[in-house]
Design a binder for this molecule. Structure first.
Ligand SMILES: *[C@@H]1O[C@H](CO)[C@@H](O)[C@H](O)[C@H]1NC(C)=O
Ligand SMILES: *[C@@H]1O[C@H](CO)[C@@H](O)[C@H](O)[C@H]1NC(C)=O
Ligand SMILES: *[C@@H]1O[C@H](CO)[C@@H](O)[C@H](O)[C@H]1NC(C)=O
Length: 535
């Protein structure tokens, strides 16, 4: 699925790049043609971003340590980049596909991403990272399964189903961007969709068990996911095998992914699969169908009701999501052998989100700094020592009072440090944060103001490690994060309006030793733009 027949024409490129990737691990080749095309997610015709004619785009099915060679041809009329929500790019921020690391692929041109899903398992997705492209599609599933012989803590399911759910706007990505550029906030979405619309049908055989990998690919709202008359058995969160609790429904915040097992153990008919918006004054609902292959009846009855619109309910549910310490991760050893709770913290970083008005326009900020992109990718400016693009320390590592300001913000961090990061949310908005290139242990989440005494409540035993985490209104979320990946990494709100209007920055994880053991060489096909042209 999704393999291209271009292996031979790409072979010479592979030889050039083979120094950067592990030659012993398998290669998978993809050729993706990115175009505009008509789609009807909410029943009306819209211009969507398609990959190889598909919306959602083709799925990446990989195995731990695979090398993925993805040649992306941009046939849009504007620059384009794809990024990977959760696939870590070890030693390789060169391929992260955000504007701080890569020059956009110009219209009519192509760029070949060369990535390796080193030491990783789990369920993720890819998405278009520039402007508001994500609101037009261009996303798809990205799964990394365990190598053969590495134990997985449940029987192989009879099927593996990717569910990409999220909010949707009838406005084009250009119109949404224009609203933000004019200094206004986005309106509520027009609806919710599952796998591109409201008509997906997933066929199952009675008595069998299926794995569903469910991502919130929307741009502005948390969702709740549930299936009529069926329990969801949680098994994996962004690469962590979890304690296998049963849930009637699961809250999935922006950019998050959960894997559940669902057994078709009900009478042979069709059942509603529902995603609905959370904590919005008007509730938007998307539905699709779980179809038993021996079904004798269409889905009927009211759509299954969601949980109360209650932050406490959601916070309590989040606290039940724990790591199965005796299950294997990407390697055969149990996940509990990494004792994150007994590693000394080398640094505490506190990040507070806000929504200041700057120069008369709405902006969003972290520690009062609202990010503005530079004319040159920061990674390239750093590598070529180009002056005047960014400066280290341009964002403080603690909240500051006072009005917000605009800066190309980059925070310095030392390779092999071990950071405690506290996300502080004093707004009445439900935040979701993501850090590229890393996964972090979610050690605490609680109401009120974080203080050093809050550390007493941390879970230092079986917290999950993941890459996107929510911060409820007027609460804090604390994570522990090994700084184990050299590079220039985007830290961002997963709310796309907030991200676009400045609620993001880059974390430069630095090693003074310039060694390919710690960081790959610059790819030979790296695109050049801005002040990097000619280097
Ligand atoms: C564009 O695709 C061609 C193959 O069609 C490949 O040789 C070339 O390296 C690609 N360009 C970049 C910048 O990756
Ligand atoms: C944890 O994983 C082990 C090892 O695969 C498995 O036997 C056990 O059932 C799992 N426990 C829970 C509570 O999920
Ligand atoms: C952590 O810090 C304590 C106190 O400074 C020290 O005694 C201990 O050896 C350190 N542990 C590690 C694993 O470095």
């Amino acid at each position: 699925m999704g393999y291209s027949k271009q292996c031979c024409s790409l072979f010479s490129l592979v030889l050039l790049l083979v120094a950067c990737v592990n030659g012993e691990d398998p290669y998978r080749f993809y050729t993706w043609k990115v175009t505009y095309g008509d789609i009807f997610p909410l029943g009306v015709k819209q211009q969507g971003i398609l990959i190889n004619g598909q919306f959602p785009g083709p799925q990446i099915d990989s195995v731990t340590n695979d090398n993925l060679i993805i040649n992306v041809f941009n046939n849009l009329d504007e620059p384009f980049l794809i990024s990977w929500n959760g696939a870590l790019q070890r030693r390789n921020s060169w391929q992260d596909g955000v504007y701080g690391t890569n020059c956009p692929i110009p219209p009519g041109k192509n760029y070949t991403y060369v990535l390796q899903v080193k030491d990783q398992i789990g369920s993720y997705f890819y998405f278009p990272s520039l402007g508001l492209h994500k609101a037009a599609g261009g996303y798809g599933g990205f799964k990394i399964v365990s190598r053969p012989l590495i134990p997985v803590p449940f029987d192989p399911p009879s099927g593996d189903i990717t569910i990409l759910a999220g909010d949707w706007y009838k406005s084009s990505h250009r119109d949404l961007r224009a609203i933000l550029d004019s200094g206004k906030s986005l309106p509520y979405p027009d609806g919710l969709i599952i796998n591109g619309g409201n008509s997906a049908v997933f066929t199952v055989d009675q008595g069998k068990t299926y794995r569903l990998r469910i991502s919130n690919v929307g741009i502005s709202t948390s969702i709740n996911f549930r299936i009529q008359n069926h329990k969801l058995k949680l098994v994996e969160v962004e690469g962590t095998h979890t304690i296998q609790n049963y849930y009637d429904s699961i809250d999935i915040h922006l950019g998050q992914t959960y894997s559940v097992l669902v057994t078709a153990d009900q009478p042979p008919k069709d059942y509603y699969i529902v995603a609905s918006s959370r904590f919005t004054s008007k509730v938007f609902t998307a539905s699709s169908i779980l179809h038993y292959s021996n079904s004798k009846q269409k889905a009927s009855g009211p759509l299954p009701a969601g949980p109360p619109p209650d932050f406490d309910w959601s916070l309590q549910q989040a606290r039940t999501i724990r790591t199965n310490l005796t299950a294997s991760g990407p390697r055969p050893n149990p996940q509990g052998t990494y004792h994150y709770g007994s590693i000394n913290i080398t640094r505490t970083i506190r990040l507070k989100n806000s929504a200041p008005t700057i120069n008369g326009k709405l902006r969003y900020a972290v520690n009062s700094v609202s990010f503005v992109p530079a004319d040159t990718p920061l990674k390239l400016a750093d590598y070529f020592n180009i002056e005047g693009v960014f400066s280290l320390g341009s964002i403080p590592d603690k909240p500051t009072e006072g009005p917000g300001h605009l800066t190309t913000s980059v925070m310095a961090a030392d390779f092999r440090g071990f950071a405690e990061i506290v996300f502080e949310n004093t707004e009445s908005y439900l935040q979701s944060w993501h850090i590229d290139g890393h996964s972090f242990f979610v050690v605490g989440m609680n109401k009120g103001q974080w203080s050093e005494a809050s550390r007493g409540s941390y879970n230092l035993n079986d917290a999950v490690h993941r890459c996107s985490v929510q911060v409820f209104p007027k609460t804090w979320t604390a994570v522990y994060m090994p700084l184990d990946n050299v590079g220039m990494w985007n830290v961002r709100s997963q709310n796309w309006a907030r991200q676009y209007l400045g609620q993001q920055f880059y974390l430069r994880v630095y090693s003074p030793v310039r060694s390919t053991r710690d960081e790959n060489l610059i790819p030979s096909n790296a695109l050049k733009c801005g002040k990097a042209v000619g280097h």
